[in-house]
Design a protein. Structure first.
Length: 458
């Protein structure tokens, strides 16, 4: 990106020109531009920006080098930035810091902000409590609409969102209603907020709720935010739709990397070191290589059969790739269904009952193609499969039925097994499933060959 060097160049020239260029940029664009700079250079750009703009840049989750920038800023500027950042992004930044650095920077925050930050850091980043913000608007049940609107005018600018106001029981502090800004604006000012709030049950989540479940709830009910409550119903914070999007982008990236047969990267691809890249990829590759060694073992077990019927070896790649592809398809479908909450652990038998006939039908379809291919090649004289070509065709067709059916069943069941054992189902990656089906596919193929070709080729 060329924007970052241009910003540095403008810093050395006319300040008015720098202000004019930056004034036409969105904070997200500035964050994208300076993330490729060294922390010292990025800090210079941030320090030259208007403070409100610089805070929005620091609040951008895509600015991966925030911690490095904070470390080179002077203590006063660093404290001002930290104090102005949103609570959830403060927590994200502090999670990256070692303990001693946290203790050094915490005193720069207001005591209330320190308490809020300690609350957020109690929860894992994959939970609702880990991504919530404590910046929300709440009013007691005794307030009027006019009082609520006055509060929005007074402090709304410092809150994450003003589109929803949470109505709290004046005695217990428990959440009773949620009233929208639209309802407040269209209601008589003298009415109490409980009179204009919707009578529908308030949708809430606990701080330990997985962020994917929060995302499903927000998506299903078209919410802008969902409150996070403790066991007594008191609001701890809110999760907004933009926080969920940022969290799910990170979650999806991690799942895609795992599904590709490697550990998830914890740094951007272009910034991760060669050593870290090798560390993330080598383990999985070694595991898959060891698994593929079983394929060679299976081939060795049927060495005599292959020697007597060399024609069977021609179809080994066809057989094992078909099984691997069907298994990978089934795994992809089930992992996605799990992520969307369409299937649960208890649904494994229903999935098996669906995949078994699906695998049989797909196997019959591919088996028919395989048989037709052998017969056509033999009839046209493109290849001579010998006097027993009909039996060879039947062997390939029957093996494809068995291998594809097994691949579909194994691929659909593996995510359930991993989830039951406490692992991430995304670890049932396509390469892992393909390796498993390769070995079993060879056993099925040559076992079918022994039955059908016994007394002829074998």
């Amino acid at each position: 990106m060329t924007v970052a060097p241009e910003l540095l160049y403008l810093l050395t020239g006319d300040p008015e020109e720098f202000a004019e260029v930056v004034g036409g940029m969105q904070p997200a664009d500035i964050a994208e531009a300076i993330k490729s700079l060294a922390p010292e250079a990025a800090a210079r750009v941030l320090s030259a920006l208007p403070f409100d703009t610089a805070v929005l840049v620091m609040d951008d989750p895509d600015l991966e080098n925030r911690l490095g920038i904070m470390r080179v800023l002077d203590a006063h500027t660093c404290g001002r930035f930290l104090g102005a950042m949103s609570a959830d992004q403060q927590a994200e930044l502090f999670r990256e810091m070692p303990e001693e650095e946290r203790e050094r920077l915490l005193p720069a925050l207001h005591p209330k902000a320190q308490d809020a930050l300690r609350l957020l850091l109690k929860y894992p980043p994959e939970s609702a409590g880990g991504i919530m913000t404590t910046e929300f608007l709440s009013v007691p049940t005794t307030w009027t609409v006019e009082e609520a609107l006055q509060l929005i005018r007074r402090v709304g600018g410092a809150k994450e969102t003003v589109y929803a106001v949470y109505v709290i029981d004046a005695t217990s502090g428990a959440l009773r209603h949620v009233v929208s800004l639209r309802e407040l604006m269209l209601s008589e000012r003298s009415k109490h907020v409980v009179e204009v709030a919707s009578a529908r049950k308030v949708l809430t989540v606990s701080p330990r709720t997985d962020r994917e479940d929060v995302a499903r709830l927000i998506s299903k009910y078209d919410l802008l935010a969902v409150p996070v409550v403790d066991p007594d119903g008191r609001v701890l914070g809110i999760v907004t739709v933009d926080d969920v999007i940022d969290a799910l982008v990170a979650e999806t990236t991690e799942d895609v990397q795992k599904f590709g047969g490697m550990a998830a990267l914890d740094e951007p691809y272009m910034e991760i070191s060669l050593g870290r890249m090798l560390q993330k990829r080598a383990g999985w590759l070694a595991a898959l290589f060891i698994g593929e060694m079983l394929t060679a073992t299976a081939m060795g077990h049927f060495e005599h059969e292959i020697a007597r019927a060399v024609v069977l070896a021609l179809f080994v790649p066809l057989i094992i790739s078909s099984g691997g592809n069907s298994g990978s398809q089934a795994t992809s479908l089930i992992i996605r269904a799990m992520a969307l909450g369409e299937v649960r652990l208890r649904d494994w038998w229903r999935v098996a009952l669906r995949e078994l006939p699906s695998g049989l039908c797909l196997g019959l379809f591919l088996g028919a193609i395989g048989v037709c291919r052998i017969l056509l090649w033999q009839r046209l004289g493109w290849y001579n499969y010998g006097p027993h070509y009909l039996l060879v065709a039947v062997t390939v067709g029957a093996a494809l039925i068995g291998v594809v059916t097994f691949g579909s069943l194994a691929g659909s069941m593996l995510p359930f097994v991993l989830r039951r054992l406490g692992f991430d189902p995304a670890s049932a990656s396509a390469p892992f499933v393909a390796t498993l089906v390769d070995v079993t596919g060879l056993v099925i193929y040559f076992s079918v060959g022994l039955v059908i070709l016994r007394g002829t080729l074998l």
